[in-house]
Ligand binder design. Structure first.
Ligand SMILES: Nc1ncnc2c1ncn2[C@@H]1O[C@H](COP(=O)(O)OP(=O)(O)OP(=O)(O)O)[C@@H](O)[C@H]1O
Ligand SMILES: [Mg+2]
Length: 377
């Protein structure tokens, strides 16, 4: 298979085990995002793929050539990889064009120059070729770093949080440009991020890593967002409403009505998680539970509100203690416009997990089902 294949990778720094039996498959032309919290081992996995860290257990194959296993270590310069880290790390004393030709030292000067100019054109930076890095904005430096990484036609591109230094608008623009360049080059790309939205935007596949250095779920962005197999994965995307309950007749009762418990057994104690956009507010014509809006905040494209059941307000107006829920609606929401307000749950945004955070499904010891499916495609 063209691309990157890592299998059974475990890694420890002294007594501290960082990676546990991690597998990874990145076919040529695909971008896989490794998504996980700070300190979970993302950079370690990338450094192992690059050969910047000696492999302790498992194996690494790039374009069908084994580059690391128990008895083998191919150094980074012979792995045909392009690397790009968070701080772009351009050489400050070299011009833009010299930065890009730096990786083409094996080539004669003229073709190297032509290749570097071709790459600068792809990222829209030809007219800055003679400038030095300090004369460029962060986004421009980032594009030069991408051109430099891609110039030697690597078979594998490893990106470690490449956009983290940029502001929101610049980030969105550079992400799109980067995707265009990558899709044209057919390179296999493994990109590390801790930003779930960035992973959703960029990735063909996402691998979610938990804080135990284990892959918790792998799949297409849609799968990760709409079918999170693990409570941890569901919670990656921001605020969640949470209700504890017990499975009765295949359902769990929540304040907004019953939710299907899927394959979980009757009598099991569970947590129901509902995304804020999964609680719909309507007028009283639509069946639901009557609620009161406690607060509403316009965030830009949507509004975030806190609500609670109307019954939780006593006859004298005193607030009885009752849980609050977060609700997200498009645009601005004026609670005065509809009264009374009813709420119901959209089952697509509700997930049920065993209490204590276990997975919904039994995971095999080597959890790489997605990779196996993909290899069979
Ligand atoms: N050279 C090292 N020696 C000892 N411990 C290390 C070393 N490099 C990383 N670690 C530890 O290993 C763990 C994983 O580090 P790693 O850099 O892979 O995390 P990460 O997922 O990239 O985090 P972040 O999102 O913050 O960049 C951390 O607890 C870190 O402190
Ligand atoms: Mg890191």
């Amino acid at each position: 298979m063209k691309g990157l294949h890592m299998y059974g990778v475990s890694h420890s720094y002294g007594e501290h085990q960082v990676l546990r039996n991690v597998g990874m498959l990145v076919p040529a032309g695909e971008l896989v995002c490794l998504l996980g919290p700070s300190g979970c081992g993302k950079s370690t996995l990338l450094r192992l793929a690059a050969g910047l860290e000696p492999l302790q257990q498992g194996g690494i194959v790039i374009n069908d050539v084994e580059v690391a296993n128990a008895d083998l270590y191919v150094p980074p310069e012979h792995r045909r990889i392009g690397l790009m880290f968070q701080d772009y790390a351009l050489f400050p004393h070299l011009s833009v064009i010299d930065n890009v030709t730096f990786g083409l030292r094996g080539m004669a000067a003229k073709p190297a120059h032509e290749r570097a100019m071709e790459m600068l054109e792809q990222v829209g930076m030809t007219h800055h070729a003679d400038k030095h890095p300090h004369m460029l904005s962060g986004g421009q430096q980032q594009r030069v770093a991408l051109a430099r990484a891609l110039a030697p036609e690597p078979e594998l591109l490893l990106l470690d949080e490449p956009f983290s230094g940029l502001d929101t608008n610049m980030r969105a623009r550079i992400r799109e440009q980067t995707l265009d360049v990558l899709k044209r080059s057919e390179v296999a790309t493994l990109m590390v991020t801790h930003d779930p939205e960035e992973a959703m935007f960029m990735a063909d596949r996402i691998k979610v890593m938990g804080d135990q250095g284990r892959i918790l779920q792998a799949g297409r962005p849609h799968e990760i967002f709409y079918h999170p197999k693990h409570e941890f994965v569901a919670r990656l995307f921001g605020i969640m409403n949470s209700v504890d309950g017990i499975v009765v007749d295949g359902q769990v009762v929540t304040p907004f009505g019953p939710v299907s418990a899927g394959t979980l057994e009757d009598g099991e104690e569970v947590t129901v998680l509902v995304r804020p956009e999964g609680i719909h507010l309507t007028d009283s014509e639509t069946p639901g539970v009557q609620v009161e809006v406690q607060s509403t905040h316009l965030l830009g494209h949507d509004s975030l509100m806190r609500i609670r059941m109307t019954e939780s307000v006593g006859p004298d107006g005193a607030r009885l203690s009752a849980p609050e829920f977060h609700v997200r609606v498009h645009n601005e929401f004026d609670p005065a416009l509809i009264y009374p307000i009813n709420a119901h749950i959209d089952p697509e945004y509700a997930f049920v997990y065993p209490l204590g955070g276990g997975p919904i499904y039994d995971e095999p010891e080597h959890f790489d089902v997605d990779d196996e499916e993909r290899a069979a495609e």
